[in-house]
Design a binder for this molecule. Structure first.
Ligand SMILES: [Zn+2]
Ligand SMILES: [Zn+2]
Length: 93
């Protein structure tokens, strides 16, 4: 029974929806929804929350994306500057 993952519909906590059906479900459910307006998470369109700042602290997708950025920056800064090759003969002495 672990073939599919379920998520909880942000518009109605009693809706348990297969994750791959969630985008379609949200479109339908959004129309019937009449509670406080929810914001769509930039990192996963199926995340709908009232408090985005609070959500980002626990959003897997956001956390992964900043982790990836940190890795990218680390990789980039590991490339050594050219001067360290010892080819620079113009040292001012
Ligand atoms: Zn729903
Ligand atoms: Zn999110």
């Amino acid at each position: 029974m672990s073939d599919f993952e379920y998520g909880i519909c942000p518009y109605d906590k009693s809706h348990r929806i297969l994750l791959f059906r969630m985008p379609k479900h949200l479109i339908k459910c959004e129309k019937n929804y009449c509670g406080p307006p929810l914001q769509t998470c930039k990192y996963n369109a199926t995340h709908r929350v009232q408090d985005m700042e609070k959500h980002l602290k626990e959003c897997d997708y956001y956390l992964r994306s900043i982790e990836n950025q940190a890795v990218q920056i680390a990789l980039r800064s590991r490339i050594p500057p050219k001067q360290e090759d010892g080819h620079d003969v113009d040292t001012p002495f």
